[in-house]
Design a binder for this molecule. Structure first.
Ligand SMILES: NC(=O)c1ccc[n+]([C@@H]2O[C@H](COP(=O)([O-])OP(=O)(O)OC[C@H]3O[C@@H](n4cnc5c(N)ncnc54)[C@H](OP(=O)(O)O)[C@@H]3O)[C@@H](O)[C@H]2O)c1
Length: 297
């Protein structure tokens, strides 16, 4: 039995699907009872409802498991304490393997949610556990939040300059890599950067103008990138219920992206998967076929 925490989120459900596809039994830790259905739909065998900040919940979820895939909720101010709780539960349950879903470049202090993940990684080094750390780039799936807007308005709006270079990774590739690491031997003690790529050289991550061009090409209609003023994004984010910590942290992330770009090298992910990582063009083509039917172009 493998425990997946943060299981009802998009990452958790993708990892469960990938583990179940490999014949693994999964226990899903969810936050609210109604989320049980979401993880059962993707094949979770057992569901535990619990609060990740509470040791009792984590201990209950970890009991009797062989391995833990720990996913902290996105941009959570208590990521370090939650990580410590998960590590303590793993130790108490005597799990063989602890895999932590971190992020690409956790060393970046200018992005506080990255920095917190680095602190959890540090705790793992000292935990005595057999651990593996996965560091994914930004997901291609994040673009889907704008799918309807792109189709209706032909505008891909981002809260940074359209020339900002970002290397994205397909969450399905990340989930497959997670399942490989959890089910095949030899990954203990490893830290893997998981980045996708559009081109052979990672140094050529896509600008947002190029992202829009790929959307345009794959959808067969004009799409242009538009830089959204940060104040406009902030107003929208607060109206949609994001808290102060999340808004302030994401604003810092957008500023960092614009100043420096954000990407990694795809070779490690390619090596783990035994094939090149999915390109953004292939990702959009697949989504378009699923959502709009064949012959989109
Ligand atoms: N998005 C990206 O591009 C990207 C890239 C690299 C790494 N990551 C990392 O991936 C991780 C997961 O992101 P995600 O978007 O898949 O997660 P998410 O949607 O935030 O999902 C996490 C799940 O955890 C639950 N949860 C929240 N607070 C909880 C608590 N106190 N106790 C128990 N469960 C709780 C949430 O339920 P509720 O709905 O009840 O809150 C949700 O079902 C994050 O750590 C993020 O930093 C993301």
């Amino acid at each position: 039995m493998i425990l997946v925490t943060g299981a009802a989120g998009k990452t958790g459900r993708a990892v469960i699907r990938a583990l179940v596809a490999r014949g693994e039994a999964v226990r899903a830790l969810v936050h609210r009872p109604e989320q049980g259905r979401l993880v059962e739909e993707v094949g979770a065998q057992e569901v535990v409802v619990g609060e990740m900040r509470l040791q009792e919940s984590m201990d209950r979820a970890a009991q009797g498991t062989r391995a833990i895939y720990h996913i902290c909720p996105n941009v959570h101010p208590e990521e370090v304490a939650i990580g410590q709780t998960a590590i303590a539960a793993a130790r108490a349950a005597g799990v063989e393997h602890f895999v932590y879903h971190s992020v690409l470049h956790p060393q970046i202090e200018a992005m506080p949610h990255h920095w917190l993940k680095m602190r959890v990684e540090e705790q793992l080094f000292q935990s005595g556990l057999n651990y593996t750390i996965l560091q994914p780039a930004a997901y291609m799936q994040n673009v889907l939040a704008q799918w309807e807007h792109v189709l209706e308005q032909g505008i891909y709006a981002v809260p940074y300059s359209a020339e900002t270079r970002l290397g994205m990774v397909d969450l399905e590739d990340v989930a497959e890599a997670a399942a490989i690491v959890l089910t095949e031997p030899g990954h203990e003690g490893a830290t893997y950067e998981l980045a996708g790529s559009e081109v052979e050289t990672a140094a050529e991550a896509l600008t947002q103008t190029e992202v829009a061009a790929i959307l345009s090409q794959q959808l067969g209609r004009p799409v242009r990138a538009e830089a959204l003023p940060l104040e406009t994004w902030e107003k929208w984010a607060r109206e949609s219920g994001l808290g102060d910590y999340q808004v302030e942290t994401l604003v810092k992330m957008f500023r960092y992206y614009e100043r420096h770009g954000f990407w990694g090298n795809p070779r490690v992910l390619g090596w783990l998967l035994g094939r090149p990582p999915t390109t953004f063009a292939a990702f959009v083509e697949q989504v378009a076929q699923e959502r709009l039917g064949p012959g989109t172009e």
